[in-house]
Every structure is written in structure tokens, then in C-alpha cells.
Design a protein around this ligand. Structure first.
Ligand code: F6P
Length: 196
């Protein structure tokens, strides 16, 4: 059966600073993951012809930059838009927009950032990507935390309310290649972490 491969981008400068959103470059550790990714793919996926899909944001493009495969960028794979909170830390958001912070806590799936998006919005905009994914063989998607939670929940048929909380120690982890193989009932999953 065919599989879908997922990875978050390598650690970004904003990840280091605890800031959300933005379009920052990879950190040194992030670049290390990017450089190690071709070998991780070769070891675990083999020599299959693979297409790599990234978002239009630098951290995903940079993460895929050493992979010797055809690449496609999708605007619909860009991270959940945090609107006015883009570039802030969670502490700053809590201090500046306490009601929003609480509202998000109450209903993370439906909460829409001021001038930005909710998880529900992201699920909708990912539909064309999922349609195309269903038609293709062997795709590696390099994207973002919220985006990968939505894709992951789709393939594992997880309920929407659980989706924004997908933990998988402690989130969709950085520096890990996830292999999902849809089966008749459910999905088989493997994870290949890199200790970076
Ligand atoms: O912190 C990294 C990040 O990708 C942010 O850009 C994004 O807003 C966040 O994760 C999504 O996670 P959560 O929905 O848990 O805040």
C-alpha cells in the first residue's frame, strides 16, 4: 500500500524565541535537520520516486532544500494565520489579549485569531491538498504544526475536537519523519525521529 510522509520543518528562529507564525529562517539545529533529511528519507523510504510538497514559507522550503526530488509549494500548506498575534509569544498574547487567550482555551478548534484563522478554517483550506494527495503516490509533506495536525487527523480519522490538541510527545514533534499508510480499517503509522 502507498504511504504518505509528513515532517515539520526543522527548528526555526521563531521556534527558538517561542514566537508563533512569521516567516523566519531555520536555526542552526534546523539546518542540521535539513542536511540530515536526505539520508533519513533514503534509509526509511528507500529509492522510491518521491515528490516533496512544502508551504510557501522559508522554513519548510529550507528544510526540503537538500532533497533530490521534484518540489511543489502550496500556499494552502502555510501555517495557521495567527492574525494580530503573529510574531508574539503565548505569554505576550495572554497579557495583551486575555479574553482571546481564554476563548481559544475554551474552544481551540473554532477559535479564530483576530484577522487570522481557526483550525476549522485550516481544515477547509486543506481540502484541495487532500484531494490531490489522494490521487498521488509517495508524497512527502514538509509543513507546520497546525497543518500537520489537520492532515494527521484526517488520515487517522480523529475527531475534530481532539485535533488541535494532538500531542504525540509533546506535539507533532520537530525533527521526525512520520509515515502514514492508510489501510482498509484505520492507518498504520511509523515514526523516524532524528536526535537533533
Ligand atoms: O509554535 C509553532 C507554531 O507552528 C505556530 O506558528 C502556530 O501558531 C502554532 O505552532 C500552532 O500550535 P497551537 O495551535 O497549539 O498554538
Amino acid at each position: 500500500p502507498r504511504s504518505i510522509y509528513l515532517s515539520r520543518h526543522g527548528e526555526s528562529m521563531y521556534n527558538v524565541d517561542g514566537k508563533i507564525g512569521g516567516d523566519s529562517d531555520l536555526s542552526e539545529r534546523g539546518w542540521e535537520y535539513a542536511r540530515a533529511l536526505p539520508d533519513l528519507v533514503k534509509k526509511n523510504i528507500g529509492d522510491l520516486p518521491l515528490e516533496v510538497w512544502t508551504s510557501t514559507l522559508q522554513r519548510t522550503i529550507q528544510t526540503g532544500s537538500f532533497l533530490p526530488f521534484e518540489k511543489k509549494t502550496w500556499k494552502s500548506l502555510d501555517e495557521l494565520d495567527a492574525g494580530v498575534c503573529d510574531g508574539m509569544t503565548y505569554e505576550e498574547i495572554e497579557a495583551m489579549y486575555p479574553e482571546d487567550y481564554e476563548a481559544r482555551d475554551d474552544d481551540k478548534f473554532n477559535y479564530r485569531y483576530r484577522g487570522g484563522e481557526s483550525y476549522r478554517d485550516v481544515v477547509v483550506r486543506l481540502e484541495p491538498v487532500i484531494m490531490e494527495l489522494e490521487r498521488q503516490e509517495n508524497i512527502l509533506i514538509i509543513a507546520h504544526q497546525a497543518i500537520l495536525r489537520c492532515l494527521y487527523a484526517y488520515f487517522l480519522a480523529l475527531p475534530q475536537e481532539e485535533l488541535p490538541y494532538i500531542k504525540a510527545n509533546p506535539q507533532i514533534p520537530l525533527h521526525t519523519l512520520i509515515k502514514i499508510t492508510p489501510m482498509a480499517y484505520g492507518c498504520h503509522e511509523e515514526r523516524y525521529p532524528l536526535p537533533i
